[in-house]
Ligand binder design. Sequence first.
Ligand code: UDP
Length: 324
Amino acid sequence: MTSVFVTGGAGYVGSHTVRALRRRGYDVTVFDNLSSGRRTFVGDARLIVGDLRDRDAVRTALAVRPHAAVLHFASLIQVGESYADPRKYYEHNLATSLNLLGAMLETEARALIFSSTAAVYGVPETIPIGEDHPLRPVNPYGRAKAMVETVLEDYGRAYGLRSMSLRYFNASGADPEGGLGECHDPETHLIPNIFLAALGRRPELEIFGTDFPTPDGTAVRDYIHVSDLAEAHVLSLEHLLAGGAGGAVNLGTHRGYSVREVLARAERIAGRRVPRVERPRRLGDVPVLLASAEKAERLLAWTPRFSDLDAILGTAWAWHSGRG
Ligand code: UDP
């Protein structure tokens, strides 16, 4: 059985991927500090509770058994917080990655799947965004992710560490089979916030920005179902284990929806009106983010199966309303 080591496997995208890996028969060890992840999300995978800032802890955990590959999800994800407290983001997202890579170089593990983000591109110059678009991240969150990508390129050349940096667009939805979903605290993402407002768990949805240069004035994003992301990780892993070349790959759908479009469809799915209030734009939010998904389709033979907006919203609603 092939063994893989998964940091952040108790978190949102990590746990969906762990479930997909277990279904394919991988032996999975999750390394997670449970700061935002949930123990139950790990399912029947092995869990080591530990912190990537502790270099000895990650070294010891990784060396317990030979791992064919590492999937690195563990990360802070709040863009707004990263402006206010960049040190936290460089310490948690950059320094921890160096600890992990250092530990890998002391073992046989030479394949890594890295959770990167569309935020590495900054303000898009062309839409849709291809992987060769310049990387000019505009916030510390995106900058730390771009720095890790650069480190991975250098470690690849020097130490033969092969890696794929998967640049997620807007991860959303929940496993259609239930039991896993999005639960950040505080929650900053659009779709959970719509449903939390629908359920009265927050007073209203705040619509950030109604004066963008888009058809209805609200920002357009490329929403990708978390189960499709999970599948892309398994395919990337198989690609690397088969000796394929690494690199950066966008994970998106090439289709976009505005905040108002998502809200209207979500109200239909929930069968209730969502109280809302219009606010100014959030710092650093760009009008439109749309992925070119052509490389993922070509390289990995990946096709999103659940990323139709109704499927995303239906599974997210089931999760938030307690039926997921
Ligand atoms: N958004 C919003 N209200 C919220 C959360 C998000 O209007 O409570 C908007 C946000 O400004 C952006 C889009 O919804 O235009 C998607 O935001 P999210 O935080 O989900 O993802 P991002 O694209 O920022 O990574």
